[in-house]
Design a protein around this ligand. Structure first.
Ligand SMILES: O=C(O)CCC(=O)C(=O)O
Ligand SMILES: [Fe+2]
Length: 214
């Protein structure tokens, strides 16, 4: 049985996805979970974060023109990281039950955007080419001011030049959207910006080769 406290936000998210394909929910995540995630970020060192890439074939120079964030993949071997992975596991079960989405796994990384970092307009998945179905982004920035930059800009799926919405990366806000529908970008952050990006995927195991984790 799902905890009754989760029933309401999970249901709101499911309804948003069903009607528009995107959900933006402030205060989605409980203070208890948020503080555990902050604790984990605080104990990680800069060596635990690697420059993010855009694909195996891209050069370092190409990468840096497109994105400048540093990332650390979450793993169940760490207790604090498990807190987030388990919570997203509950959301996965809820969405599968409610919307029959057939979500199979969830992968996610912490991301740090140092001052000056950005992520140019992109899609997280391309129709028929990937098994990333649903993108989630949780923000971990206490009192983020609007002049700190670093907004997530989401574009209209039917007109990639038209801004649909702009989201401040505020503490506890969760953004969820269909990965192959919404172009989006992260504007230049003027302050250090913390988040957890993640993707629900469908199973892509074929010909007895087990679905790779990333
Ligand atoms: O941090 C964000 O607001 C979005 C990050 C993003 O688009 C990504 O990591 O693919
Ligand atoms: Fe993205």
């Amino acid at each position: 049985m799902l905890d009754l406290d989760l029933e309401f936000p999970f249901e709101k998210l499911a309804q948003d996805l069903q009607t528009t394909g995107i959900s933006i929910l402030p205060n989605f995540v409980s203070p208890d979970i948020l503080s555990k995630l902050e604790l984990r970020i605080a104990e990680l060192s800069s060596d635990d974060f690697k420059q993010a890439g855009i694909g195996r074939l891209a050069s370092h120079e190409q990468n840096k023109k497109i994105r400048r964030d540093k990332i650390h993949w979450l793993d169940t071997s760490n207790e604090l990281e498990s807190v987030w992975l388990n919570y997203m596991g509950e959301l996965k079960a809820y969405l599968n039950r409610r919307l029959f989405m057939g979500l199979f796994s969830y992968e996610s990384h912490f991301a740090i955007y140092p001052p000056g970092a950005f992520y140019k307009k992109h899609m997280d998945a391309f129709k028929g080419k990937t098994n990333r179905i649903l993108t989630t982004v949780l923000y971990l920035n206490q009192s983020w001011a609007s002049d700190n930059g670093g907004e997530l800009v989401v574009y209209n799926p039917d007109n990639h030049d038209e801004i649909l919405t702009t989201v401040l990366p505020s503490y506890g806000t969760l953004v969820t959207f269909l990965s192959d529908e919404f172009p989006h970008e992260v504007l230049v952050a003027n302050e250090k910006r913390y988040s957890i990006a993640g993707w629900f995927r469908v199973n892509a195991s074929i010909n007895h080769s087990i679905d790779p984790p990333k």
